[in-house]
Design a protein around this ligand. Structure first.
Ligand code: NAD
Length: 438
């Protein structure tokens, strides 16, 4: 099939590359000329494991190309996926201006029937708004499909190629068949292509993300209570998560969720509820607990040094909002580092992939370090925000040799508190007891 994907970010580029890999001819479109130039030169503007290889393979095979010319893409392809960003506006509702710009250009460039597929996460009712925007600009017929994306950054290719389910919101049965045909190559592990109306498809995406965020905030709140009442949240997590009705995924306490999706989508659900006088009380609490969690972890570090913050040097491991991505949008690490520097602390930071993106968010006083051990020399504490695999099993001997005081704040609960005490570390994590250094 000939198709276009508009927006070459974490979703659009992955979707375009995967559709090309299953034999389609895909034109990826972006208004960011720098991105398009890079892609045309074979550079991948984002870090996503495996993406560079699949883009290279399909570009070489002539199935994947990149352009900034949306009108030309509309004229040459029948199925058009929209995967542009929907960042939060000041009131928490998603900003749909890029979506509506793209819809308008699509409509103005149409020279016959087209299928417009919404991959971006958009509020319930957007299918009507976008359909009206297109119909207002063209007399050519079109169908609209809501096809929300559920991939996770860091595992995006696997998620796209082996999805738990594909949600298709459409009204025309013929279009549903075309969408099935597109997704069938990815349905070896699951035959769950869920057909529904567009409004339900739009809502499904928000409900799924809000449920996942709820699990995280719930466990973070339990962790806080564990700390105050002397329980160990790791035991509690295993005990509660072993119940098959609950499940063990997304029950890990930590520094709070971040990224471009959960904070934005949870906020959007609250604003959708407010707009129709149906307050989303649980989801509202989820977002407040998350804010508190992020703040509390960073403040604990600041409180530890009290009046000495100005003479304190912190070594920070992890800047991305989670492992295996270079994405720092809404990253708890970035928010915390801003709190640290505001309190006069000196910060050195390391991340395997996210240092370039983090540099753009942080002031120049934060030093980016290539080596995660060298940066510990003379540091007063190691503070961990991201659970990259290499941080899970570090060389504790090398850490101990470099730090004048062996002190770790671990926002991801990666180590055993008793073991670390035995190794002579003062170790603070989330919802677990601290043991005296032996
Ligand atoms: P992104 O910011 O990484 O990429 C968006 C791309 O769209 C950018 O390259 C930008 O230049 C381009 N763009 C913006 N306006 C444009 C326009 N008018 N014309 C052409 N290109 C334009 O965003 P993303 O993370 O890929 O997310 C895209 C959508 O998918 C969002 O709605 C998001 O909520 C949703 N989503 C994201 C994820 C994720 O993990 N990132 C997962 C599921 C769903």
């Amino acid at each position: 099939m000939n198709m276009s994907v508009v927006g070459t970010g974490y979703v659009g580029l992955v979707a375009g590359a995967c559709f090309a890999d299953s034999g389609n001819h895909v034109t990826c479109v972006d208004c960011n000329l720098d991105k398009i130039d890079k892609l045309n030169m074979g550079d991948i503007p984002i870090y996503e494991p495996g993406l560079a290889e699949i883009v290279k393979r399909n570009t070489a095979a002539g199935r994947l190309k990149f352009t900034a010319d949306l009108s030309a893409a509309v004229r040459s392809t029948r199925v058009l996926f929209i995967a542009v960003g929907t960042p939060p506006a000041a009131d928490g509702s998603p900003d749909l201006s890029s979506i509506l710009d793209v819809a308008k250009t699509i409509a103005q460039s149409m020279d016959g029937y087209r299928i417009v597929v919404m991959k971006s996460t958009v509020p319930v009712g957007t299918h009507l708004k976008v359909s009206e925007a297109i119909a207002g600009e063209t007399d050519h017929p079109f169908d609209y499909v809501s096809n929300p994306e559920f991939l996770k950054e860091g595992a995006a290719l696997d998620d796209f190629m082996k999805p738990d389910r594909v949600v298709i919101g459409a009204t025309n049965p013929a279009v549903m068949e075309i969408m099935k045909e597109l997704y069938n190559p990815f349905m070896r592990r699951s035959d769950r292509i869920l057909m529904m109306d567009p409004a339900s498809a739009e809502m499904t995406k928000y409900a799924a993300n809000a449920l996942l965020a709820t699990k995280i905030s719930f466990m973070n709140e339990i962790a806080g209570l564990c700390e105050r009442l002397g329980a160990d949240v790791e035991c509690v997590r295993r005990g509660a998560g072993s119940d098959s009705r609950i499940g063990s995924a997304f029950l890990f306490p930590g520094v709070g969720y971040g990224g471009s999706c959960f904070p934005k989508d949870v906020g959007a659900l609250v604003s959708m509820g407010d707009a129709v006088d149906h307050p989303m009380s649980i989801v509202d609490a989820v977002q407040r607990v998350n804010q508190r969690q992020r703040y509390t972890f960073a403040q604990r570090v600041i409180d530890h040094f009290g009046d000495h913050c100005a003479n304190t040097t912190l070594a920070v491991w992890g800047l991305a909002f989670k492992a295996r991505t270079d994405d720092v949008r809404e990253s708890p690490a970035i928010a915390a580092i801003k709190m640290f520097t505001k309190n006069g602390m000196t910060v050195r930071a390391h991340d395997p992939e996210a240092m370039d993106n983090a540099k753009r968010e942080l002031d120049a006083t934060v030093t980016m370090c290539e080596d995660e051990y060298d940066m510990l020399k003379g540091a007063d504490a190691l503070v961990i925000f991201t659970d990259w695999p290499k941080f899970r099993t570090p060389d504790f001997q090398a850490i101990a040799e470099r730090m004048p005081v062996k002190l770790i704040f671990d926002g991801r609960n990666m180590y055993d508190p008793q073991q670390l005490a035995k190794r002579g570390f003062q170790y603070f994590c989330v919802g677990r007891p601290s043991y005296p250094v032996v």
